[in-house]
Design a protein around this ligand. Sequence first.
Ligand code: GUN
Length: 302
Amino acid sequence: MTATVIDGKAFAATVREKVVNHVARLKADHDLTPGLAVVLVGEDPASQVYVRSKGKMTVEVGMNSFEHKLDVDTSEADLLKVIADLNADPTVHGILVQLPLPDHLDSDLVINSIDPAKDVDGFHISNVGLLGTGQKSMVPCTPLGCLMMLRDHHGSISGMNAVVVGRSNIVGKPMAQLLLNDSCTVTIAHSRTQDLPGVVKQADIVVAAVGRAEMIPGDWIKEGATVIDVGINRVDAGLKDDGTPKTRLVGDVHYDSCAAVAGAITPVPGGVGPMTIACLLANTVTACSRAAGLPEPEGLTA
Ligand code: GUN
């Protein structure tokens, strides 16, 4: 079998299009423009790239973008004050504090100081609890993107065997909750799982979110399974013509061998990655609609 390639880049464009349409309606009918505030503490180069890209896409879909860049040695009290001001600001509907934070700041404390209704990352303990009990919540962007792709590909995933490899708070655990809420039979596997190949082999749906380059080979995959690869790992790729080192991005699954067995697979790059920012924009328009007591955007929520 040669797998269908699930094109996350194209799918993310359709999600952004839905966001654009909903934002236009909020503006035209309610004089309301959704606003997303992104808070960056310090100058981590990768975080700077992400934050710039989030700001650019926020504006492209017609929303307001507010960027708060704080010094690396910002005190916890000062950061909490910035968040309290954003919580109180009616033009701000979504707040994202870029992680990781510098070591002297307590990430849990900071995240839990965000108004849960504006927590577009879905990391606040209230949103984690709401998701875990199947109630309306803000849902973490990467797992939401994975769920949208699975629903789009399969129609319904009810009753399917899903194995999530990885147990992080950002991806693995919320992904498992979403799959359970869609009536999958869910296993969370991790580094201590016994017979990991055997566990993965049972899966109709594999979500790989471990952060280890090409860890899952094709012979772990059940014939025809759907493979969602959340990993983004930069690895050596020999030398350029001028003798300098080359790198490339790979996922957590070994693409070629998995694609030979799977029914469908997401590539890296161009699979889950583009869906994450699209879902951040979706969550912002959802948060804005809910705050105004208006109907939620269709097809953009869990
Ligand atoms: N850093 C890397 N990924 C994320 C994310 O999804 N949200 C936040 N806030 N920071 C991140």
